[in-house]
Ligand binder design. Structure first.
Ligand SMILES: Cc1cc2nc3c(=O)[nH]c(=O)nc-3n(C[C@H](O)[C@H](O)[C@H](O)COP(=O)(O)O)c2cc1C
Length: 315
């Protein structure tokens, strides 16, 4: 199959069916534009960014690339109305949504022709957003960095692909061509990677954050906040040990949530490896170098094509 036959490439207007996952504090215009210029779809993470800052990033992305890029709206954040307004005002071609119910985003943006792709963690959620008019879904497994659900990528992707008519983009645990090939074997038509893009040359995250991902091994990540209903996967450090202590002691959800306030910024901007939140996925152990986004994207698909060619002989 030529990439041009791929429904995700057609939908996004990209050369490759790959999205750089939104990463609050990490995914700015510079990273998004590098990924879009490299043939994928770069995403600016709206996170909890104040309106003026987000507007600057959107304008900057339009300056840095003439390719399509996206904006991620974090549905838990108080800035949703501002992010939505900016998506409308600047006609951002693609909007992804995270952590919540995207009904309002779909209602507002679909009539304008914006491509809207919610991130989902269950088949029920995927079915719901398809009915509401989503163009595709990102089905994210709990191997991923950041806020996660309960299902693994291996389990959610084929189930979502069977349940939906719209295309499924796999996320969680994918960092090389093997993961891309596996995702497609499971029924995905595209992939979304977060952790791998932390270690790309154009990512402005603090060097300590990058180094922590490079140093990570198979069991370096831990999930905090399960008891609050908002589980987050990040690299083990003093902060996660404190979370574990509080959770084991039966601390209130407020107390646990409070411990996390501002910590991602501490990790990303200040490089606080001990007390910052170093959100990253289980694939961190497979990320061993820092390369330009274009180079990463191209080698993912060269490797995936090689693997898919060899699979016939093995099966
Ligand atoms: C540091 C970090 C921050 C993230 N922030 C967001 C976010 O703001 N919104 C969102 O929808 N997903 C967020 N994610 C999830 C990613 O967009 C992506 O789906 C995930 O990283 C894919 O799994 P992987 O890390 O195994 O590649 C974040 C992930 C990381 C690692």
């Amino acid at each position: 199959m030529k990439m041009t036959d791929n429904r995700i490439c057609k939908l996004l207007g990209t050369k490759y069916p790959i999205i750089q996952g939104a990463m609050a504090w990490v995914a700015d215009a510079q990273l998004a534009a590098a990924v879009s210029n490299g043939g994928g779809l770069g995403i600016i993470a709206g996170g909890a960014m104040p309106r003026e800052l987000l507007e600057k990033e959107i304008i900057k992305a339009f300056e840095l690339t003439d390719k399509p890029f996206g904006l991620n709206i974090m549905l838990m954040s108080p800035n949703v109305p501002d992010a939505l307004d900016l998506a409308v005002q600047y006609k951002v071609p693609v909007v992804t949504t995270g952590a919540g119910v995207p009904g309002k985003v779909l209602e507002r943006l679909k009539p304008l022709g914006t491509v809207v792709i919610p991130v989902v963690a269950s088949v029920a959620q995927a079915r719901r957003v398809e009915k509401q008019g989503a163009d595709a879904v990102v089905a994210e497994g709990m191997e991923a960095g950041g806020h996660i659900g309960e299902l693994t990528t291996m389990a959610i992707v084929p189930q979502a692909a069977s349940a939906l008519s719209i295309p499924v983009i796999a996320a969680g645990g994918i960092a090389d061509g093997r993961g891309v090939a596996a995702a497609f074997a499971l029924g995905a038509e595209g992939v979304q990677l977060g952790t791998r893009f932390i270690c790309c040359s154009e990512c402005a995250v603090h060097e300590n954050f990058k180094q922590a991902v490079l140093d990570a091994r198979d069991r370096s990540t831990v999930v905090t906040g399960r008891s609050t209903g908002h589980p987050v996967r990040c690299l083990r450090n003093k902060l996660t040990a404190e979370f574990e202590k509080l959770e084991a002691a039966g601390a209130s959800p407020e107390e646990i949530e409070n411990l996390g306030v501002g910590r991602l910024r501490d990790g990303v901007v200040d490089g606080d490896k001990d007390w910052g939140s170093i959100m990253a996925g289980q694939s961190s152990a497979m990320v061993n170098d820092v390369r330009p986004a274009k180079d990463i994207i191209e080698s993912l698909f060269v490797e995936a094509a090689e693997i898919s060619g060899k699979l016939g002989a093995l099966l």
